[in-house]
Design a binder for this molecule. Structure first.
Ligand code: FES
Length: 116
């Protein structure tokens, strides 16, 4: 699968904290993300990985867009609107690449990871 490995990947955390409603965090709409990726054929342009802990639990819920040169992190996703915007972002990336416009609703959620 060399071709798909060269694609950017959206890692959506659904780990020990992200998505754990019993810890008071928003549910991660895993099925909606997967079905949208398939229905819209986003998987031809951007991989979707529902991931385990990405190491930033304090910023739950976390998503990172990664390609070989760049990682763009967002956290504190807490609503269906945020995950709709993640899909919109992926659609933009599928059209325009990893520097595609991020939906405005996600911009305040950007963070720079620190060494752990
Ligand atoms: S469980 Fe998502 S960052 Fe830890």
């Amino acid at each position: 699968m060399i071709e798909s490995e060269a694609l950017p990947t959206m890692f959506v955390c659904d780990g020990c904290c992200c998505g754990r409603t019993e810890k008071g965090h928003a549910e991660v709409p895993v099925n909606k993300l997967k079905t949208t990726w398939k229905r819209e054929k986003l998987d031809k342009k951007i991989n979707l990985k529902i991931s385990n802990c990405l190491g930033y639990c304090s910023l739950h819920n976390v998503t990172v867009l990664k390609n070989k040169n760049k990682k763009t992190w967002i956290g504190k996703l807490s609503s269906e609107e945020h995950y709709k915007a993640v899909i919109e972002w992926a659609e933009n990336v599928a059209l325009d690449g990893v520097n595609a416009k991020m939906p405005n609703i996600l911009v305040p959620h950007l963070f720079l990871p620190t060494e752990m």
